[in-house]
Design a protein around this ligand. Structure first.
Ligand code: COA
Length: 280
């Protein structure tokens, strides 16, 4: 064999070995590439999972915050209504001031219905009656706003203003009770080393309810009394305004809805307390 051919053969062998090495390196490269793409996939799915949870948490925080804001709005508006009713009852015996009060009441109840429908979308368990109650109350205040300043209006005026004063007072108590429930429920849900226990919440809720219920029921019977007074007024000889019967009807509906819903809520709370004493 000539020297040239031998050199070529040696060179060929070298090339063959290098080729084997290249193949091995390529195999390892593919293996690592596969591992990297798997890691990449895992990584991106962890990021999207994390993003989703972050979004859910911020949504949840916005929801809690909205309820807080709603309770604050209710309390501030109720205090304003209480002061205004007080001024109208004791100091400002003018139809114009009564109209402002009724206008404020219409605005307040309309805003409540909007805010409550957002709360319901956010998962609140507000009963349908309370939302309906606000529609009827807005309508009632609207009708009061249109009632002309005649003799029948004058007869009913003080009774209505005293009722508005009382209702605002009861609503302040109710706001205090509901903010307390909200604070305790949140503490139960959020804290790991719970400084508010389920039993603590239950006992606070029952104490609050026992205190609040007599005021609420008194308010309901005042609504019944308003309704009956207006129906009696409709029998007077100078009865001519349609607002008398319309307001009477609204008061009767409010009485029935409020009374029976409150009784049902309390009954349901009693039942669940007796069935599952340790659960919310
Ligand atoms: N208006 C608006 N929301 C109400 C409500 C009302 N009157 N009563 C209850 N809710 C809401 C609660 O805030 C709670 O909301 P959440 O799920 O977002 O936390 C949800 O409805 C469920 O509440 P529930 O457990 O059924 O009742 P509670 O313990 O919060 O309140 C009462 C019970 C009896 C105090 C309450 O229903 C009440 O005040 N009713 C009487 C109202 C009334 O008659 N007003 C006229 C007075 S003259």
């Amino acid at each position: 064999m000539s020297q040239g051919l031998t050199d070529v053969l040696v060179e060929w062998k070298c090339l063959e070995e290098e080729y084997q090495q290249l193949q091995e390196t390529h195999r390892m490269y593919l293996q690592k590439l596969d591992e990297i793409s798997k890691l990449q996939n895992n990584f991106s799915s962890s990021i999207s999972h994390q993003r989703k949870r972050l979004k859910e948490t911020s949504h949840l925080v916005k929801k809690f915050a909205y309820k807080d804001e709603y309770e604050k709005f209710k309390l501030c508006s109720t205090v304003i209504l209480l002061l205004f009713s007080f001024i109208c009852y004791f100091f400002a015996n003018y139809r114009f001031f009564d109209a402002i009060l009724n206008f404020l009441l219409v605005w307040y109840y309309c805003t409540l219905t909007i805010r409550e429908s957002i709360l319901i979308t956010n998962g609140s368990r507000i009963k349908g009656w309370w939302v309906f109650h606000h529609y009827i109350s807005a309508f009632l205040s609207g009708v009061m706003l249109t009632w002309p300043d005649g003799s029948l209006y004058k007869i009913f005026r003080n009774q209505f203003l005293a009722y508005s004063l009382y209702q605002s007072f009861v609503q302040c108590l109710q706001c205090y009770y509901q903010s307390g429930c909200l604070y305790r429920l949140r503490a139960l849900g959020e804290r790991h080393n719970m400084d508010v226990t389920v039993e603590g919440f239950q006992s606070w809720m029952w104490k609050g309810l026992t205190f609040l219920l007599p005021f609420l029921f008194f308010g309901h019977f005042w609504q019944l009394f308003n309704g009956l007074s207006l129906f009696r007024m409709a029998q007077l000889p100078d009865f001519k305004e349609w607002q008398v019967l319309m307001c009477g009807l609204c008061f009767l509906i409010l009485f029935m809805g409020n009374f029976f819903t409150t009784v049902a809520v309390v009954r349901q709370k009693f039942k669940s307390r007796n069935q599952k004493p340790k659960s919310l």
